[in-house]
Design a protein around this ligand. Structure first.
Ligand code: SF4
Length: 215
């Protein structure tokens, strides 16, 4: 008899766990950083577990490594808190890096690459990268490259992205139930809006449950 939970059950389990975790932290603070990083750490744990299982039990090797950035050339779906965490992280970049970051954000309509992707092919805000990025573990970088020019090419990703999405659903539901912004945004254009309004105003909106972008 198979004791492993079915995929749907596992998804519900992760969604519920994250709902409870986000609800618990929202009961103590309206600090977007703490609330969001709590979710990001949970997403990281899921991705690490799936990665270890694939490598140890199935003999697969995750191909991702520093400087490989094929998957950073697509829209990144994020919560409002993830956008604010990225915007906050740019304050820690050295002056030239911060200026280049916001120049890439301003030019986002002309670029396929994520504005956080630096000229060295590395993520400039890696420690606080969005949950979706943490889950993008691939077993074949060549397929990631091919998928860039042909979206019909099926990826060869681990199941981390599905399970992190389950945690994300619980996170978003908890935000909604507590009156916070539960919209899903695309990182680059939303960063551009935050850059225009300024981080203090964006943070005020987050605390007030107001959207970062008009519907
Ligand atoms: S945030 Fe970082 S890891 Fe995610 S797509 Fe952008 S550059 Fe890549």
């Amino acid at each position: 008899m198979d004791d492993e939970p079915e995929d749907d059950e596992l998804c519900v389990e992760y969604e519920t766990e994250q709902y409870e975790s986000t609800t618990a932290i929202l009961a103590t603070t309206a600090d977007f950083f703490r609330v969001t990083v709590n979710f990001l750490h949970a997403a990281e744990d899921v991705a690490a577990m799936v990665r270890a299982s694939a490598e140890e039990n199935e003999g697969q090797r995750v191909a991702c490594k520093a400087g490989c950035s094929w998957c950073c050339h697509q829209p990144v779906e994020v919560s409002a808190g993830e956008v604010l965490v990225v915007a906050l992280a740019t304050l820690a970049l050295e002056d030239a890096g911060m200026e280049a970051f916001w120049d890439r954000v301003a030019d986002h309509e002309n670029r396929l690459a994520c504005p956080a992707l630096g000229p060295d092919g590395r993520c400039s805000i890696y420690p606080v990268r969005p949950a979706m990025c943490r889950a993008a573990d691939s077993f074949d970088a060549g397929i990631c490259k091919a998928a860039l020019s042909d979206p019909k090419v099926p990826g060869r990703f681990s199941e981390a992205s599905e399970l992190v999405a389950c945690r994300g659903a619980g996170h978003i539901l908890a935000l909604e139930d507590r009156g916070f912004d539960s919209r899903i945004y695309v990182l680059a254009p939303t960063l551009a809006a935050v850059g225009k309004m300024g981080l203090p105003e964006a943070e005020r909106r987050w605390r007030a449950g107001q959207p970062l972008l008009p519907d």
